[in-house]
Write a protein that binds this ligand. Sequence first.
Ligand SMILES: NC(=O)c1ccc[n+]([C@@H]2O[C@H](COP(=O)([O-])OP(=O)(O)OC[C@H]3O[C@@H](n4cnc5c(N)ncnc54)[C@H](O)[C@@H]3O)[C@@H](O)[C@H]2O)c1
Length: 403
Amino acid sequence: MAKKSGNTIHLAIIGCGGMAGAHLNGYEEPVRSSETRFRIVAAVDEATDRAEGFARRLQANLGWQVATFKSVDQLLNSGLRVDGADICSPHGLHHVLSCQLLDAGINVLCEKPIGVTVKASKKIAATAKKRGLVAATAEQCRRAIGQRTIHWAFHDGDLLGTPKMWWAIKAGWQDPTHVGAWHWRVDRKLGGCGMVMDSGAHWVDTMRYWFGEIDSVYSRVEQIFDRKLQKGERQVKSAQEDFWTAIFNFKSGLIGTWSWTISAPGKGFTQLTMSGTRGSIVDSDIFHPAAFQANGECQMLDGTTYNMPKLQSMFLESLSPRRREELFPYGITGGVTLELWDFIDALSKSRPVEIDVEEGLRSKAVSEAIYESSLSGQVVKVADVLSGKVNAWQRDVDRMWKL
Ligand SMILES: NC(=O)c1ccc[n+]([C@@H]2O[C@H](COP(=O)([O-])OP(=O)(O)OC[C@H]3O[C@@H](n4cnc5c(N)ncnc54)[C@H](O)[C@@H]3O)[C@@H](O)[C@H]2O)c1
């Protein structure tokens, strides 16, 4: 494998929890493939044991010396050279930490959803623009071989005809009388809230990647049952929805129907079908289809079927060696590793990233349009949510963060 050219990038990981652990796996993969253009030099977490655990792991696995800090303030005051920061914090802190780092001259890669609201996301975009730095959205699904393949099947591969409609439905049961441990995700200020905008960030990015821009949505988002969590001595109410159903009207005329609940007792079911004029793809994950698994199937009008591994090999055979190396450097086909590598390669070569803050913001606006439509009972134009004209559902969170 030819050595890739460019500057060596010094990275800091901000927030060393669950997803940051997956990022560490992702950083180790290209290093094992002889990628030498980056080093992780700092790990920051208010829980110092987590940052120290990351530092020990990186020392043991890659031989890197990693400094640990309790806060971004401490990192910035340390004088350590940092070119890029990988932010894996609770949603409500995405804009706070991103803007603090950008203002200090550090490029950022921020986990999805880019900001906790549209206003928060715009603050990150404006700060990056003012500083002339990269703000990337850490969105992995579309980069994985499975999603690239489905994009090809609907477009360049000309297999499925014109995309016309999709249904994505999952119904299941989580006992509302069960009181779990409190987590930032169920908090309106820190979480934002609910799977419409959390895993929904992946879903919306995927749908926009495959099928283009969404013009408007109509939805119902509900808490069918009161759900409580234990926070210290107190029980607090979850702010998250446990049901939604939404219709997406795409600019192309394509219609999507997305429904999910954990409030349907009895036998659950999941169905995802995406149809073009000549065939359909079926899968079973309505948040990250084909991003982590190759379970789906392509079914054509004439009765021909292709399983996902077969479809993936047809896609790979269609690529020139150069395009293959662009999409899957070092033969890496997992989305998280590719998202991290895109950030490193972009900083190293001073090129744009694939999914910047503006692209993350366009997906964010669709998720928020679902909540806004449910609150108003009206069909909501995504452009009105993006412009800020429609923001009633987000206003309390914006106020909490003084946005
Ligand atoms: N891309 C994916 O597939 C995926 C999957 C899971 C989570 N995520 C995203 O990753 C982010 C983090 O989620 P998680 O599940 O890892 O949460 P987590 O609770 O496991 O980790 C968050 C970490 O941030 C730390 N933290 C909190 N405030 C901090 C501060 N001010 N400075 C530094 N560190 C701070 C916490 O101590 C914790 O260790 C979220 O944006 C989430 O949506 C993405």
